[in-house]
Design a protein around this ligand. Structure first.
Ligand code: F6R
Length: 368
């Protein structure tokens, strides 16, 4: 059932164009307006929301970090993102005007489940973003957006993550539609951009052999760092998590702007640093990222840069450039995460590890 792939993980990485297409299927009515059929919260209930708290664990938490950028930008509703395991223990401020969004691929993660029980006990509405029909978290939520990625067998989440991102964008745009914070034309344009993503993902996957080659060059690394900014920051964290999980290699992701506040001390000769370069459209971000790369490279790091096609400014700063199709900055995580998944999968394979069943990990973590 691996359909010719050595691992379920690799199969699931390559299923991402289809998974994203499925996650987007049937989300518009005949007039082009967004509809979320299991939303179950009325327009009035959604208009009354004045704060959103996203709770999740692991990779799903990183999807939540990306969601914060999108929801705040498109709806102007303040969003907090919190690890489910921390949420309950800080006595969070919740009431009926707070929407709690729980993101969980499995729908069974105990930390996330306990967090939503706590939120509902405080009269908050809970919306689940989930991949598993009928699992506990959506059953105990007021509303649900299913991600429709299909079963995810490998322990490490891949198509689960990208479809969570899609669901988060759809939620953000739906809220913008209901609250009237964005015009219909603009929402339609963004949905059109999302609908172009499956073909762009396929383009990224077509370049897999180059990423595998890169991974094979790094099997001797003791540590690999990941840098990102804005929506690329959670992608850096996710790239590092994949490498820890699968290759048992020390890896850390940083916000590029934080480098000078400490992590730059880690840089030494030959240290590989994977950099998620924001699209050029957002000039300031792009410039700042390039200067961050320059800083690490001046101290001997090897910069492997993920940058959009046509970004000619990045080459002089990079030891290696991986090209990504052009998308707006908020959507870039959908594409940028893929080379990092391929990198971790290949590196772990070459090191001889069981990619589908990494040591010490379980697919759904049903204990707190
Ligand atoms: C990473 C991974 C885990 C899960 C986390 C949450 O590859 O799989 O970090 O993302 O345990 O799981 P769900 O989304 O099922 O709640």
């Amino acid at each position: 059932e691996k359909e010719g792939h050595d691992w379920f993980m690799r199969k699931e990485i390559f299923e991402q164009p289809r998974a994203v297409a499925d996650a987007l299927l049937g989300r518009r009515d005949a007039t082009g307006r967004l509809m979320l059929d299991e939303m179950r919260l009325s327009d009035q209930e959604l208009r009354d929301i004045d704060k959103i708290i996203i709770i999740a664990a692991g990779t799903s938490f990183y999807a939540g970090m990306v969601a914060k950028y999108a929801i705040e930008h498109w709806t102007r509703v303040p969003v907090e993102v919190e690890l489910a395991s921390e949420f309950r223990y800080r006595d969070p401020i919740l009431d009926y005007s707070t929407l709690v969004v729980a993101i969980s691929q499995s729908g069974e993660t105990a930390d996330t489940l306990q967090a939503i029980r706590h939120a509902r006990g405080q009269r908050s509405k809970v919306l689940a973003i989930c991949n598993t029909n009928g699992s506990t978290i959506p059953r105990e939520s007021d509303a649900v957006i299913y991600t429709h990625a299909g079963p995810e067998i490998a322990v490490a989440s891949t198509k689960g993550f990208v479809t969570q991102l899609v669901a988060c964008y759809l939620l953000a745009l739906y809220l913008a539609q209901v609250k009237g914070t964005r015009y219909g034309d603009e929402i339609t344009q963004i949905v059109n951009q999302l609908e172009a993503v499956p073909a762009q993902l396929q383009q990224v996957l077509d370049d897999a052999p180059a990423i595998y080659e890169l991974a094979r060059q790094h099997t001797g690394a003791r540590s690999i760092l990941f840098l990102g900014r804005h929506a690329g920051y959670p992608v850096a964290l996710e790239g590092a998590l994949k490498l820890k999980e699968l290759a048992y290699l020390h890896a850390e992701g940083f916000a590029a702007g934080e480098l000078k506040h400490g992590p730059i001390a880690l840089i030494e000769e030959g240290l590989p640093v994977l950099c998620v370069v924001p699209p050029q459209g957002r000039d300031q971000l792009h410039d700042k990222m390039l200067s961050g790369i320059q800083e690490v490279r001046a101290r001997g790091a090897k910069a492997i840069c993920l940058a959009e096609e046509g970004d000619e400014r990045v080459a002089p700063y990079a030891d290696h450039v991986v090209r990504l199709p052009r998308v707006p900055v908020l959507l870039q995580p959908l594409l940028a995460v893929v080379p990092l998944q391929l990198f971790a999968c290949e590196l772990a394979t070459v090191l001889g590890h069981d990619v589908d069943q990494p040591r010490n990990l379980a697919k759904s973590v049903t204990v707190e």
